[in-house]
Write a protein that binds this ligand. Structure first.
Ligand SMILES: NC(=O)c1ccc[n+]([C@@H]2O[C@H](COP(=O)([O-])OP(=O)(O)OC[C@H]3O[C@@H](n4cnc5c(N)ncnc54)[C@H](OP(=O)(O)O)[C@@H]3O)[C@@H](O)[C@H]2O)c1
Length: 311
């Protein structure tokens, strides 16, 4: 029988709680009865205040400030570790070296404080061999480092987030969506809210889900299927094509990502059926598109006076 951990009186420290993954994880843990601390750079932002309103304790800290991480880690049972990455663009201001430094420092400090369970969020393209893409190879290095430490750890490798599909700039406002996979090529996605549900379950079942590396996804869809789902949700035709070859040649970063999708590594290899047994209720793309995804899709289609006529 699975040994489950009672969350009462145990505290999990969550990094990145004002962001997508950390926010999802902090909320899910809190809903499951854990005490949650969130290390935030500024406790006075709207996002920080929204976290505090859920009964989550804010501790001021910064990944660049090791003593602030050490202070936050005292008396902590579990840690959820995620780092911003260089792949998030210049605005994030994070180099590959910094991402690795932050990921290793959190793990080292967790060990020094006898933390019982560390959950590290990596990415599906991470693995034993290099991808040639900085923000994936950083994660492979952090994973390997954590596995060598004397701490119970679980690595999750999320697929691409469903949320990235509705970001502006990929043609939705023109009714012509473009992304990395070919129209007939399957790619895996996960709704950010499911990352929280999965991590809460992992913390509750360390005997079963500790010491594992788990690739996670909620659904597998082709480009053509996405066009059909988006059209049905928006009530107007949305076509799909892969990013044009000219763009993938001009933009070396996008070109390398597209090659990784072609090689299968970034398209994802999660066993979604088994995941659904361990983590019931993972959202399919259709389910996501009836909730948060629908609002995001419609907002992007209509942004800047989009050319698509919604029903
Ligand atoms: N997008 C995808 O499809 C995908 C898929 C798999 C994996 N990933 C990986 O997911 C990671 C990003 O996760 P996310 O999307 O949840 O991030 P996010 O939404 O961009 O949030 C980043 C979080 O990190 C915090 N942060 C940034 N710099 C900090 C610092 N110096 N000290 C303390 N906190 C700091 C931010 O806090 P502030 O509020 O203070 O800025 C925010 O809470 C990346 O490593 C990426 O490679 C992404």
């Amino acid at each position: 029988m699975e040994t489950s951990v009672k969350s009462l009186d145990k505290t999990v420290l969550v990094f990145g709680a004002t962001g997508q993954q950390g926010g999802s994880v902090a909320s899910a843990l809190r809903s499951n009865g854990w005490r949650v601390k969130a290390l935030v750079r500024d406790p006075n932002t709207d996002k920080s205040e929204a976290i505090a309103a859920q009964g989550i304790e804010l501790v001021r800290g910064d990944l660049t400030d090791v003593p602030s991480i050490q202070a936050a880690m005292v008396g902590i049972y579990g840690v959820f570790s995620v780092q911003p990455s260089s792949g998030q663009g210049a605005a994030a201001g994070v180099t590959d070296e910094a991402e690795i430094r932050y990921g290793k420092a959190i793990a080292d400090i967790a060990v020094a404080n006898d933390v019982h369970h560390l959950v590290y969020s990596s990415a599906n393209a991470a693995g034993a061999t290099k991808t040639g893409i900085g923000h994936f190879d950083t994660k492979s290095e952090i994973e390997e480092y954590i596995r060598g430490l004397n701490i119970l750890s679980t690595v999750i490798r999320p697929s691409a987030f469903m949320e990235i599909l509705t970001l502006p700039g990929m043609g939705l406002d023109k009714g012509a969506f473009a992304f990395f996979m070919r129209p007939d090529q399957p790619m895996q996605f996960i709704a950010v809210e499911d990352i929280g549900k999965i991590v809460a379950r992992i913390f509750a079942a360390p005997a079963k889900l500790g010491s594992q590396t788990i690739e996670i996804a909620g659904d597998t869809v082709t480009g053509a299927e996405l066009a059909e789902k988006f059209s049905r949700t928006a009530g107007c035709p949305i076509t799909y094509h892969r990013f044009p070859d000219s763009l993938l040649e001009q933009n070396a970063f996008l070109g390398r990502l597209a090659r990784l999708v072609d090689q299968g590594r970034l398209a994802g290899n999660a066993d979604v059926a088994s995941l659904r047994e361990n983590f019931p209720g993972l959202l399919t793309m259709d389910e996501w598109l009836t909730g948060a995804g629908r609002s995001a899709l419609l907002a992007t289609i209509q942004a800047d006076g989009g050319e698509v006529a919604l029903r």
